[in-house]
Design a protein around this ligand. Structure first.
Ligand code: PLP
Length: 402
């Protein structure tokens, strides 16, 4: 008899379960549009050309300390360059921003959640309904009640802004945390407009909510680093606005497995920042001690070498344009097939994902009849589409919908 016998069974994470089912399917033609990883036009992983150049530079330097520990806060060169990329040149406020390297976006969310749960003791964290699946997990792990604000209007297939604001205005308590996706909302691909962002910032200030931005797609969404950081910078530019931001280089540098990210906390004063930093480092020390080095070194090389940085902008364009092309290709195929329904939302959504609006039954039909694997929510990972499979996927969707 084990001490663990009484534990409940935890089902495999939906992404990994989907991959297993896909691998077990013997069909000769099958497609998976599950997890958020970029694939090139041949369906292959893509090492960014800029990352290859950075690898050469880093390896040629042959730094004898390349396997030493970093600081607990990580590489200062990395997290300051990362901060400037995200916040822009907010020179007057840098003394009030605490930045630390984190184990990618997930680690930054997690470190931030732990710190905010301890320091603000929020009555709840507010997530969009739906949100990235791991947000609820991360906040539950630190013992904060998870509540949801309306976000997706399933019928109209767009942002349910009115109900979002109504809920935030009437159900939140001061000191609650609200998680906001900086751009390219996962899983819906639907972002607020700039005017809507301003309204959200107003509500946060009026209701005393603490905004926690999750920025996993800067530059990857629109191809423009400034555009994708607009919402965060708007909040950060306001008087008396404190906020946190999780930043990831998984998608925009394609460094998924290297776990490169940062947590930033904008405070009201340098004095508050220094206290916050102490507590964040105390937590980091207990959780990861020192964050990983190599990916951060590659990212720093790209961010601080002018020539490489310019080339990286081209890589971002390439990824975002290919995704936009695939949105158009899928949309146009569905229209050409006369597939019942309106598919315009596939074009207007942005970033890695599209919430297709397919029902769970249609998703099941896609899988059993078409051998096309997508999450039960109807979310597809758009970069999984390519010229070789988009017609096939559209035909399968067409059959599932009829
Ligand atoms: N946050 C959001 C909204 C995401 O979509 C993702 C990845 O899919 C992440 C965070 C974390 O990714 P990583 O831990 O690889 O940075």
């Amino acid at each position: 008899e084990s001490l663990f016998s009484e534990l409940s069974d935890i089902p495999l994470d939906s992404h990994y379960a989907l991959k297993e089912e896909f691998s077990a399917d013997p069909a000769p033609k099958k497609v998976i549009l599950g997890s958020g990883i970029y694939r090139d036009g041949n369906g292959m992983p893509w090492v960014l050309p800029t990352v290859k150049e950075a690898e050469d530079i880093v390896d040629n330097i042959g730094d004898p300390g390349r396997y030493d520990y970093l600081q607990i806060a990580g590489s200062a060169a990395f997290y300051t360059a990362a901060r400037d990329l995200l916040f822009g040149r907010v020179d007057t406020k840098v003394e009030s921003i605490v930045s630390v390297q984190a184990v990618s976006g997930t680690g930054a969310n997690s470190l931030g959640a732990r710190f905010l749960s301890e320091s603000l003791k929020p009555s709840a964290v507010w997530l969009s309904n739906p949100s990235w699946v791991n947000h609820a997990n991360i906040w539950s792990l630190v013992g904060v009640e998870v509540k949801y604000y309306p976000y997706w209007d399933a019928e109209k297939r767009l942002l349910d802004f009115e109900n979002m604001i109504k809920t935030l205005e009437s159900h939140t308590k001061p000191g609650d945390v609200i998680v906001l996706h900086g751009c390219a909302h996962n899983p819906t691909g639907v972002d607020p407009t700039k005017d809507q962002w301003k309204t959200i910032a107003d509500v946060c200030q009026r209701r005393g909510l603490f905004p926690f931005f999750d920025n996993a797609y800067q530059g990857f969404a629109s191809g423009d680093l400034d555009e994708d950081a607009w919402a965060l910078r708007h909040f950060a530019g306001r008087e008396n606005m404190e906020l946190a931001a999780a930043q990831s280089f998984s998608k925009n540098m394609g460094l998924y497995g290297e776990r490169v990210g940062a947590l930033h906390i904008l405070t009201a004063s340098p004095d508050a920042a220094s206290k916050v930093k102490g507590h964040v480092l105390r937590i980091q020390r207990g959780q990861v001690s020192q964050p990983p080095r190599r990916g951060a070194t590659l990212a720093t090389t790209i961010l601080t070498n002018g020539k490489l940085f310019q080339k990286w902008l081209l890589d971002l364009r390439e990824m975002s344009s290919r995704i936009k092309d695939m949105r158009k290709a899928l949309h146009d195929e569905l229209v050409a097939l006369g597939t019942p329904g309106d598919w315009g939302h596939i074009l207007t959504q942005i970033g890695m994902f599209s919430y297709t609006g397919l029902s769970p039954a249609q998703v099941e039909h896609l899988r059993s009849e078409g051998h096309v694997y997508i999450l039960a929510s109807g979310r597809i990972s758009v970069p999984g589409l390519n010229p070789g499979n988009v017609k096939y996927v559209a035909a399968a969707i067409d059959k599932a919908v009829r």
